[in-house]
Design a protein around this ligand. Structure first.
Ligand code: SAM
Ligand code: DTB
Ligand code: SF4
Length: 333
């Protein structure tokens, strides 16, 4: 095979993006001395991004709790007693009020999450109206609604949706320990539908679920060998919630979290890597290391979907201290 075949993007992306990352190579990156790993991540980060810029998204749970899936990390699964009350889909005007407040707070993207296995077509129409309303406010839109058919993905694209979040969550071999109600292939199929519809893909995973380094390598290898890299890669630290099977998971060394960010940055150089859930319990020093390792996006605002996130003033103070500033949405991928 010629070099250009190895390094070219089958769908016409820039030739320097690699989609043939082997597990072995990714394992090798995780095994690098910490300083070497961070150095490489910083070099690559600076080729594609201004290291002082951070993309700011705000999350809203538009349909909370009562989900039929059994994801072992999730407070919204109906299978676990977590104290999260099942609610109906929010009304359009209430969602738009929240989006307006997020915009006023400085967010450039508004992400709406629903605790569904998959949306019913009737509900999808309501979400499309939300997407249209949020777009009209001048914000980028992202939704995460579970599995989609090709038709549903095309309908969302028609409404103007910019991003769809759908995570692979962990390695293919650890997946069955975490979720039994759907398969890795189900996730990959939905990712294909999103990509085919022309919607930007937001896809990452969770660490700190009792997985080992090999699983973290497997997860990053799976993400980095997708036919087109996700434009946005959220790396979540497990938020442990009482009542879920992972409530007592062994805590992950924060340096292993930083390593995961660095390996995501190196293998998916042009993607925005999000330091996603888990910041509420992370020190400022650990977050600063994540930014040094190539993270350039955060969720901003005091709540994720159902769990706490740092208060806005705390985050602004941290970004100020680090000399970082919000990314201009026009420059985001
Ligand atoms: N139901 C849809 C789905 O699963 O795709 C959308 C919402 S779901 C809450 C979105 C993502 O949130 C999950 O894929 C998972 O990566 C993340 N997530 C959920 N609970 C979490 C937790 N306790 N800690 C960290 N991330 C979590
Ligand atoms: C993602 O990767 N992380 C976000 C978003 N996508 C939807 C969700 C984090 C949820 C954390 C647990 C909660 O607040 O319920
Ligand atoms: Fe449902 Fe999504 Fe939570 Fe899984 S992660 S239980 S699919 S809301």
């Amino acid at each position: 095979m010629s070099l250009s075949a190895v390094f070219s993007d089958p769908r016409g992306g820039p030739a320097w993006l690699r989609h043939d990352w082997t597990r072995e190579e990714v394992r090798g990156l995780f095994a690098l001395p910490f300083s070497e790993l961070i150095f490489r991540a910083q070099q690559i980060h600076r080729v594609h991004f201004d290291p002082a810029e951070v993309q700011i998204s705000t999350l809203l749970s538009i349909k909370t709790g009562g989900c039929p899936e059994d994801c072992a990390y999730c407070p919204q699964s109906a299978k676990y007693e977590t104290g999260v009350k099942a609610e109906k889909l929010m009304a359009l005007d209430a969602v738009l009020r929240e989006a307006q407040a997020a915009k006023a707070g400085g967010a450039s993207r508004f992400c709406m999450g629903a605790a569904w296995r998959e949306p019913k077509d009737r509900d999808l129409e309501k979400v499309c109206a939300m997407v249209e309303g949020v777009k009209a406010l001048g914000m980028e839109t992202c939704v995460t609604l579970g599995m989609l058919t090709g038709d549903q993905a095309r309908r969302l694209k028609q409404s103007g949706l910019d991003y769809y979040n759908h995570n692979l969550d962990t390695s293919p071999e650890y997946y069955g320990d975490i979720i039994t109600t759907r398969t890795y292939q189900d996730r990959l199929d939905t990712l294909d539908h999103i990509r085919e519809a022309g919607i930007h893909v937001c896809c990452g995973g969770i660490v700190g679920m009792g997985e080992n380094t090999e699983d973290r390598a497997g997860m990053i290898a799976a993400l980095a060998s997708l036919p087109v890299h996700p434009e946005s890669v959220p790396i979540n630290m497990l938020v442990k919630v009482e009542g879920t099977p992972l409530a007592d998971a062994t805590p992950l060394d924060p340096l292993d979290f930083v390593r995961t960010i660095a390996v995501a940055r190196i293998t998916m150089p042009a993607s925005v890597v999000r330091l996603s859930a888990g910041r509420e319990d992370m020190t400022e020093e650990a977050q600063a290391l994540c930014f040094l390792a190539g993270a350039n996006s955060i969720f901003y605002g005091p709540k994720l979907l159902t769990t706490p996130n740092p208060a806005r003033d705390r985050d602004m103070a941290l970004l100020d201290k680090l000399g970082m500033r919000p990314m201009n949405p026009d420059l985001e991928s």
